[in-house]
Ligand binder design. Structure first.
Ligand code: ADP
Length: 477
C-alpha cells in the first residue's frame, strides 16, 4: 500500500467550481478505503465554511519564499468521512478572495503567484510533517509546479504523478512569471520545459517534470494525442509515451444516489420510482413551469464554450416544438448565458433558467428530469452524465471523451442502452437525438427498460482507485 499526498485546488465539500472538486474528495477516499495512506492538501479559501466543516487549526505555521517574495502559511486540518486527512493552507494574501480563480470579469491577475505559492507550500508541509510519501499526486495546472519544485528540492524519494482533468486550462502566464515564481530559466526551455509559445504554462511544466501523467478517461487520453484534442499539448503528451494513460473517473454514490439523497423532496430507487415523479413535479414548480406534453430536459454545468450549450440554444425551437421543456442551471461565461437567455425568451413557460451555483438544485435536476443534456464539444470525463444514469435520467451526449466511455446508445445497444449519443458535433445531430428522445419517451416500455438499465450502471470509484494504486506502485521509487 502506498503513502500518497494529493495536491489539489478544490475539494468537496470545502470548495468547488467543477468536477475536479468531486474527484479530489472521492479518489482519495476510495484509496483510503483500499488501505492506502492518503493525505489531501488544498488552499484555505476565505469562503470555506470552517465551523460547519470541522476544520481546526493545527498550530503549525511556516514561511514560504519564492522569487523575491515570502509569505506565511497557517495549516488547518479536517477529515473526510472515510478518514482521509485534509490539510488546508491558509494565506489570506492569496486565498482571501470571493472566488477560487477569478470573477466574471476574468481570472485573478496574480494566479501565477497564488498557485506557485500553493505548490511550494504543499511540498513544505509534506516536509514539515515528515509525511515521507511514496507518491505526490498533483491535479491540473494549479498544482502544475509541484513536479518542478520537487525536482529542485526533492521531498525524499517520492515519485510525482500529474492528472490532467481538462487540457483546455493550461495555466498560461507571461514569461515574466518565470522569475516571479522562482523557476530557474532552464526549466522554461522550449520542448523539455514549461515554455509554451513564449509564455509559461503551469500545466506543461507539470507534464514535462512528472514521472507519470494521467487523464480522466481512456477515450480522452487517445483524443488528446491528436492535434484537435491535444489543444497544442499533443506533441508533449505523445513524447510521454507509456508514462501517459487514461483512468476513468468514478462517481461518489455516497453523495449522488437518489435512494439516500437528502437534497431531494422524495427519495427513490430502481424498484420504486414514484419518488422520481415527486421530484419532477417539484422541479417544474421550482422553475415555475407547467407540465409539458413531452419530456423534461435538464442541464447542469459550467457555462463555457466547451459544454456545447450554444448548440442547445440553436436546437431549442425543435426541443419545444416536440413538446419538451428545459431547465438549465449554470454559471460562468456571460456570452453563453446570453445565448441561452435569448433562445429561452422565445419560449415563455417552457424553459426555466437559473444562472447561479446551487448544489441542491443540481441534485433536483438530476432527479426530476427525464433526460440530461450534455452536448460537450469535448469532455475529458464528465460526471453529470454518470450521476444522471443513477437517477434514472437518461443522458443525451456528444460521443466524445468520457461521454463516449460511459454512455451506451439505446439504438446501438438495444437491449442495454443507457442514453442517447450523437457522433458529429452539429446542431442537426443534437436535434435528431432530441427527436429520438421524444420517440423513446412515448414508448413507455422501452423508456422504462432504458431507465432500469441506466440505474444499474456502476461507476463507483473502487475500480479506478485500484488502477491508480497500480500506477503508484510503478512510480514509487
Ligand atoms: P466540469 O468538471 O467540466 O465542470 P463535470 O461534469 O466533470 O464537469 O463536473 C461538474 C460538477 O460540477 C458536477 O458535480 C456538477 O453537478 C457541478 N456543477 C457545475 N455547475 C454547477 C452549478 N451551476 N450548480 C451546482 N453544481 C454545478
Amino acid at each position: 500500500m502506498a503513502s500518497v499526498v494529493h495536491v489539489t485546488s478544490e475539494v468537496v465539500p470545502y470548495s468547488k467550481t467543477g468536477g475536479l472538486a468531486d474527484v479530489s474528495a472521492a479518489l482519495p477516499e476510495a484509496l483510503t478505503r483500499l488501505g492506502h495512506r492518503v493525505v489531501v492538501v488544498t488552499p484555505m479559501y476565505s469562503i470555506v465554511d470552517r465551523a460547519s466543516q470541522g476544520i481546526r487549526p493545527t498550530g503549525l505555521r511556516f514561511p514560504v519564499s519564492l522569487g523575491t517574495r515570502s509569505c506565511d502559511f497557517a495549516v488547518f486540518q479536517s477529515e473526510l468521512p472515510a478518514g482521509t486527512v485534509v490539510y488546508h493552507l491558509e494565506c489570506d494574501e492569496w486565498y482571501g478572495r470571493s472566488e477560487l480563480y477569478g470573477t466574471r470579469e476574468g481570472d485573478y491577475p496574480d494566479n501565477h503567484l497564488r498557485f506557485a505559492f500553493f505548490a511550494a507550500a504543499a511540498l513544505r508541509l509534506v516536509r514539515e510533517l515528515d509525511l515521507r510519501p511514496d507518491v505526490i499526486h498533483g491535479h491540473d495546472w494549479q498544482a502544475g509546479l509541484v513536479p518542478a519544485f520537487n525536482r529542485l528540492n526533492p521531498v525524499g524519494s517520492a515519485g510525482v504523478v500529474m492528472t490532467v482533468h481538462n487540457l483546455a486550462y493550461k495555466g498560461l502566464f507571461d514569461s515574466g512569471a518565470v522569475s516571479e515564481v522562482g523557476l530557474p530559466w532552464d526549466m522554461f526551455r522550449p520542448g523539455q520545459g514549461g515554455e509554451y509559445w513564449g509564455r509559461l504554462s503551469f500545466l506543461k511544466t507539470g507534464l514535462v517534470f512528472a514521472d507519470a501523467v494521467t487523464t480522466v478517461s481512456p477515450t480522452y487520453a487517445s483524443e488528446v494525442l491528436g492535434p484537435e484534442g491535444g489543444m497544442g499539448m499533443d506533441g508533449i503528451l505523445r513524447d510521454l509515451g507509456d508514462r501517459f494513460s487514461g483512468i476513468l473517473n468514478g462517481a461518489d454514490y455516497g453523495a449522488w444516489d437518489p435512494s439516500i439523497d437528502t437534497w431531494l423532496p422524495a427519495r427513490y430507487d430502481r424498484a420504486n420510482l414514484s419518488g422520481k415523479s415527486v421530484c419532477r413535479s417539484h422541479l417544474l414548480e421550482t422553475f415555475g413551469l407547467s407540465e409539458p406534453n413531452g419530456p423534461l430536459f435538464g442541464i447542469v454545468g459550467r457555462l463555457v464554450a466547451q459544454k456545447g450549450y450554444d448548440m442547445v440554444a440553436a436546437c431549442l425551437d425543435d426541443l419545444v416544438a416536440s413538446g419538451g421543456a428545459l431547465v438549465v442551471l449554470g454559471s460562468g461565461d456571460l456570452a453563453v448565458e446570453e445565448s441561452i437567455r435569448d433562445a429561452a425568451g422565445r419560449h415563455p413557460g417552457r424553459v426555466g433558467l437559473r444562472f447561479t451555483y446551487d448544489e441542491g438544485l443540481a441534485h433536483l435536476i438530476e432527479a426530476g428530469s427525464d433526460y440530461f443534456l450534455m452536448p460537450s464539444r469535448f469532455e475529458p470525463c464528465g460526471l453529470n452524465q454518470i450521476y444522471s444514469m443513477r437517477y434514472g435520467t437518461l443522458p443525451i451526449v456528444h460521443a466524445t471523451g468520457g461521454l463516449e466511455d460511459t454512455v451506451r446508445d439505446i439504438d446501438e445497444v438495444p437491449s442495454g442502452g443507457t442514453g442517447l449519443k450523437f457522433r458529429s458535433f452539429e446542431s442537426s445531430e443534437l436535434a435528431c437525438a432530441i427527436r429520438r428522445a421524444r420517440a423513446l419517451w412515448d414508448d413507455r416500455d422501452a423508456m422504462a427498460r432504458a431507465v432500469q438499465c441506466a440505474m444499474l450502471q456502476d461507476f463507483s470509484w473502487e475500480k479506478s482507485a485500484r488502477l491508480y494504486g497500480e500506477l503508484y506502485q510503478r512510480v514509487a521509487r
